[in-house]
Design a protein around this ligand. Structure first.
Ligand SMILES: Nc1ncnc2c1ncn2[C@@H]1O[C@H](COP(=O)(O)OP(=O)(O)O)[C@@H](O)[C@H]1O
Ligand SMILES: [Mg+2]
Length: 249
């Protein structure tokens, strides 16, 4: 099984070489845990270390905000864009709703090897409100409506859209990260409580402040087609980005 490396020491080791190529992996965690940083690093390392084209689909931060965030770590996104190794697709959730068709065009033209969608939570919220294209797109919504008298609640629609979205994204067979907001106290593994079941992998990120110290840790909760380290893995975000620390013994 070919693996796609994060290019982050310790994390690739925990994943026994990286993410199985083509896996769709959910990166779940609270605000400020480092999900976007991890996505950036995954894409930049892919481009810089392995010459793999990388696509960042952003629904929260504009390209300018991403440039700024990356620059704070000393990473030059524009240079990689000029080299045609990186593409940023900013999907403004307050506008258009043809997410899948926009993504399809970009993927077919650009032919990335790695994709990050940041964030899945904003996106699904927006798609529910916006309706995401025409109704014929939503076979699952229709199935739900036909077979069950349950009213078409927001939750059912959300799940249907997510199913459809993830199923469509899987067709590209690209190694993909999807970020999901998670409250620390949540027992679920994602904001929607469903994507953890339909994605190929789940990495949970934690951030706890105790007194003056802050403690960051991540854990791989699921990774199809591969073995992985089940332990809690401490990490830090430094001026060089996300770095794995030695395990607490
Ligand atoms: N240049 C930097 N140096 C050190 N830490 C940083 C830097 N930039 C961001 N961080 C840390 O990373 C956190 C934000 O990470 P981010 O990837 O945006 O999280 P998320 O996407 O999960 O909300 C900040 O709250 C800050 O603690
Ligand atoms: Mg973020």
């Amino acid at each position: 099984m070919e693996k796609t490396k994060f290019g982050i020491q310790g994390l690739d080791k925990a994943l026994e070489g990286g993410i199985p190529q083509g896996n769709l992996v959910l990166i779940s965690g609270g605000a400020g845990t480092g999900k976007s940083t991890l996505c950036l690093q995954f894409l930049l390392n892919g481009a810089n270390l392995f010459g793999e084209k990388a696509l960042y689909i952003s629904t929260e931060q504009s390209p300018e905000e991403l440039y700024k965030q990356a620059a704070s770590f000393g990473w030059d996104l524009e240079k990689l864009e000029e080299k045609n190794l990186l593409k940023i697709l900013y999907f403004d959730i307050t506008h258009g709703s043809n997410f899948l068709s926009e993504v399809d065009v970009v993927i077919k033209e650009f032919q990335p090897k790695r994709v990050a969608i940041d964030s899945m939570t904003t996106l699904t919220d927006a798609l529910i409100i916006g309706g995401m294209g025409t109704q014929s797109d939503f076979s699952l919504v229709q199935v739900v409506e036909k077979v069950s008298p349950i009213p078409r609640t927001e939750q059912i629609i959300a799940k249907s859209i997510l199913y459809k979205l993830i199923r469509e994204l899987k067709k590209y067979k690209l190694t993909t990260l999807l970020t999901s907001e998670l409250y620390e106290e949540s027992k679920r593994l994602s904001a929607d409580g469903i994507s953890e079941f339909i994605t190929d992998g789940v990495i949970i990120m934690h951030y706890i402040e105790i007194g003056v110290g802050d403690y960051r840790s991540l854990e791989v909760r699921k990774m199809r087609y591969s073995n992985y380290d089940k332990d809690i893995i401490p990490y830090a975000i430094t001026e060089k980005g996300l770095e794995i620390m030695d395990k607490l013994q």
